[in-house]
Ligand binder design. Structure first.
Ligand code: NAD
Length: 487
């Protein structure tokens, strides 16, 4: 079993002095490597390194920072296969999907952040008070503690370090304990790209190491993508030092399907939307509300399409989806399904734990649930779709909004006015019309309500990681004419 050095601090990769964690390949259940994780002292050292590098990095021009990030994007592209092997081993994602989908997307994200860095400054100048000239400029915040989840390890790392570094901050990134490999490798590639030591640090470990970052006096902002419970905890901790927080938390995306929708196109997109990444996606389609007159057709189409999804070995070219992240997580997902059935739901597809090794779980479609039931309200984070009928537009909107979360949604209709009218009333960060899931580097991603606040991607993400400063210059004649001159 190989050893993975679990720290990248001040430009050097080395072993941490904390736990030794065994990484398990979720597709096989076999141990593949051991990580020497950070100790609390290592966490403090990483923050000190980021603090030390801040004056230098924030003093660089946006163009200089941008060039380094662009070189890093090129290196990620060049090392795509190597990174894919790491991510597949840690997370069980299908090899082809990651190499051909997530790597190019991550590279595009980083290139966007690099470009956006160069249009962050110069938000305004003017005479706002007689005799003065004011300038509004954006400046970085300082040291950012970035805490990432396991579902999209490389993309989440880039969504966090990309805009933060582009805006002139320095970063300590803590990936999820089970999926550290691509983040650690990216830190090495950043050095190769010319990133100065200390600017981008990666430390590995679990919640106690995250906690050490969150409570460090030298951290100015905490950026978390993770569960709602962790988000609430971090917000409380951050209050103690009045630290900024950026929280991308869970989701429970509804899809509203009107009778005039193209049912086959809907089934294709919502099965893709509920099973991509084996449903471990905060924007995944999870609750489908179908206008009653087309409900039976919609259920049939979803079941027929879901049955065609090929789940299995991530290395097989024809696998659409791989396993869940772990057998523990599979137990959690199956627990939701079992309790739903006990409460009266019927399984139309899947819903059984397959025999054999690996944390596999098949696409699952459930019907006959109550709006208030756990399966309709809770975040399952697996390939499980709950399909419910509705009568009338206002009832569909009410049910869609009846959730603690507010991240993503979709509306299915050929009536443009209705699509817009309904979209405007949904309490979410994104609404797709006649699709579910696509995202773009230029478009902000983030939620409302229990899904957190703060935007990833787009120019708005750089705004998140910077503050507006007001510089006010008193004109010489204003000084000369000052009437208040105490002796
Ligand atoms: P999690 O909250 O358990 O862990 C997320 C990260 O927080 C991990 O790195 C973990 O080690 C760290 N952490 C946990 N407790 C901590 C503490 N007390 N202090 C500091 N750090 C701590 O979540 P997860 O299970 O890894 O990820 C899945 C969750 O992430 C889901 O709820 C999912 O919806 C959410 N998610 C949200 C988005 C989004 O954009 N909104 C994207 C991806 C995932």
């Amino acid at each position: 079993m190989s050893n993975i050095s679990g720290l990248h601090i001040s430009g050097t990769t080395r072993n941490g002095k904390g736990n030794r964690r065994t990484l398990i390949n979720p597709a096989t259940g076999l141990a593949v490597a051991e990580v020497s994780e950070a100790s609390i002292d290592d966490a403090h050292e990483s923050v000190a390194a980021a603090r030390g590098a801040f004056p230098m990095w924030s003093g660089k021009t946006a163009g200089e920072r941008s060039r380094i990030l662009l070189r890093l994007a090129d290196l990620i592209e060049l090392h795509g296969e190597e990174l894919t092997h790491m991510e597949v081993s840690d997370s069980g994602k299908p090899f082809a999907t990651f190499l051909e989908g997530e790597i190019p997307f991550a590279v595009d994200n980083l290139r966007f952040f690099a470009g956006a860095a160069r249009s962050l400054d110069g938000t305004g100048a003017g005479i706002l008070s007689a005799g003065y000239t004011s300038m509004l400029i954006r400046r970085p915040i300082g040291v950012i503690a970035s805490i990432a989840p396991w579902n999209f390890p490389l993309i989440m790392a880039i969504w966090k370090m990309g805009p933060a570094l582009a805006a002139g901050n320095t970063v300590v990134l803590k990936p999820a304990p089970t999926t550290p490999q691509t983040s650690l490798r990216m830190a090495e590639l950043a050095m190769e790209a010319g990133m100065p030591a200390g600017v981008f640090n990666v430390i590995t470990g679990g919640s106690e190491i995250g906690q050490a970052l969150v409570t460090s006096k030298d951290v100015n902002m905490i950026s978390l993508t993770g569960s709602a419970a962790t988000g609430e905890h971090i917000m409380k901790e951050a209050a103690k030092g009045t630290k900024r927080v950026h929280l991308e938390l869970g989701g429970k995306a509804p899809a509203i399907v009107f009778a005039d929708a193209d049912i086959n196109a809907m089934a294709q997109a919502l099965i893709m939307g509920s099973t991509y990444n084996t449903g471990q996606d905060c924007t995944a389609a999870t609750r489908v509300y179908v206008e009653r007159s087309r409900y039976a057709d919609a259920v049939d189409a979803l079941v027929a399409t879901g049955a065609k999804v090929k789940w299995g070995d991530p290395m097989a070219r024809d696998s659409d989806i791989g396993p869940l992240i772990s057998t523990d997580h599979r137990d959690r997902v199956h627990g939701f399904v079992t309790r739903a059935v006990a409460a009266g739901a019927k399984i139309k597809l899947g819903g059984q734990v397959p025999d054999g090794p690996g944390a596999y779980y098949p696409p699952t479609v459930l019907v006959d649930m109550d709006q208030k039931s756990e399966i309709v309200q809770g975040e399952v984070f697996g390939p499980v779709l709950a399909v419910l009928p509705f009568d009338g537009e206002s009832s569909a909107i009410e049910h869609a909004n009846d959730s603690a979360f507010g991240l993503a949604s979709s509306v299915w209709t050929t009536d443009v006015s209705r699509a817009l009218r309904v979209s405007h009333q949904l309490e979410v960060g994104v609404t797709w019309i006649n699709d579910h899931l696509p995202i773009a580097s230029e478009a902000p991603h983030g939620g409302v309500k229990g899904s957190g606040f703060g935007k990833d991607m787009s120019q708005e993400s750089l705004t998140e990681y910077s503050v507006t400063r007001h510089i006010m210059i008193k004109h010489a004649e204003t000084i000369a004419n000052d009437s208040f001159r105490p002796a």
